[in-house]
Design a protein around this ligand. Structure first.
Ligand code: COA
Length: 325
């Protein structure tokens, strides 16, 4: 049995419909909701987001990202023995989006399930896949983050609807004799469930409760900056590495101010921070694999680089994965 897992391919999918801050502000103004490009850029760093067409669901975006990751890994879908999809906007209550993706890929029989950890979902899913590979329960996994957050946004609530977008990212994670993934850390604190949630549910044929995303932005901000530093230090200590070993920080892309604060605390030069939030908005579980794929394809992240992935989100959940690419 090989003792490690490593990423051998990345892929992503952004829906083609790009909505700039100006276009979103104009759309919201028609409903009497006031916002501006200046406010959104200053508070969040977001300039645009992509929204999926009405008929497109999470598994559609996930499929495109997965195929690209398989191609990059030079890997046949039939050789995959584990599919994990991190999503908070699944196609349906059940079956899991992972099972739907498996079927769309035309492969059958391998383990497939969803992970629900909101914006930490990809870090959770990658950690689970790494654990399964290291114990021999799987040897080649597709780990995907895919979201259509536009479906759960209340476009009358300017404090949330300007922040999120749709997209998907994927990696192929394979058993390996050398790392790969160096250390992982997953954390959660359910006491903070109310500061970021979509509390509605379906029961007796009806939507019960509030079906739109709600957030106490300042509370999320404060918690996020603290836990991201803690998670980073934890994985560095576990891997016996230091801040100076980090070539690239790819945090969850929610807000440029949270990301820059984390980079500063880790004493990283600004150019070591991968930023896609400006063009993607917050794509929840998709944000980290989307940013990873873009930075691999643009030539920034190269084989052998040490990369720190960090997630934080509803639950409250957070976590980190330190890896040699
Ligand atoms: C949401 C967030 C950008 C708000 O920024 P902030 O500086 O905390 O702003 P506040 O919520 O204090 O609101 C400041 C003012 O801006 C207004 N405002 C809020 N959204 C606005 C918008 N889209 N356009 C214009 N004004 C807006 C508020 O109504 C408030 O007005 P008031 O002072 O008259 O009451 C910020 O809190 C944040 O990024 N939080 C973390 C969010 C996050 O990362 N979530 C995902 C985690 S996974």
């Amino acid at each position: 049995m090989k003792g490690y897992s490593r990423i051998t391919g990345t892929g992503s999918c952004l829906p083609p419909h790009r909505v700039s801050n100006e276009a979103l502000a104009a759309q919201l103004a028609r409903d009497g909701v006031e916002t501006s490009d200046a406010w959104i850029v200053e508070r969040t760093g977001i300039r645009a987001r992509h929204f999926a067409a009405a008929e497109v669901v999470s598994s559609d975006l996930a499929l495109v990202a997965a195929r690209a990751a398989l191609e990059a890994a030079d890997c046949d879908a039939a050789s995959i023995d584990l599919i994990i999809v991190a999503t908070s906007t699944p196609d349906m209550i059940f079956p899991s989006t992972a099972c739907i993706v498996q079927n769309k890929l035309g492969v059958h029989g391998c383990a497939a399930f969803d992970v629900q950890a909101v914006c930490s979902g990809f870090v959770y899913a990658l950690t689970v896949a790494d654990s399964m590979i290291r114990t021999g329960a799987a040897s080649k996994a597709l780990v995907i983050g895919s979201e259509v957050f536009s479906r759960i946004l209340d476009f009358k609530d300017r404090t949330t609807c300007v922040l999120f977008g749709d997209g998907a990212g994927a990696v192929v994670l394979e058993a390996s004799d050398r790392p790969g993934i160096l250390a992982t850390e997953l954390r959660a604190d359910g006491r903070h469930a109310n500061i970021l949630c979509t509390p509605g549910t379906v029961a007796a044929g009806k939507v019960l409760g509030h079906p739109w995303l709600r957030m106490d932005g300042p509370a999320v901000f404060k918690l996020a900056v603290t836990v991201l530093e803690d998670a980073a230090r934890s994985v560095l200590a576990k891997a016996d590495r230091t801040e100076a070993d980090i070539d690239w920080l790819i945090p969850h892309q929610a807000n440029i101010r949270i990301m820059q604060s984390t980079a500063r605390k880790l004493k990283l030069a600004p150019e070591r921070l991968i930023v896609t939030v400006d063009e993607h908005g917050n794509t929840s579980a998709a944000s980290i694999p989307l940013a990873l794929d873009e930075s691999v394809r643009s030539g920034k992240v190269k084989p052998g680089d040490t990369v720190l992935l960090e997630g934080v989100g509803g639950g409250f959940t957070w976590g980190a994965v330190l890896l040699d690419f």
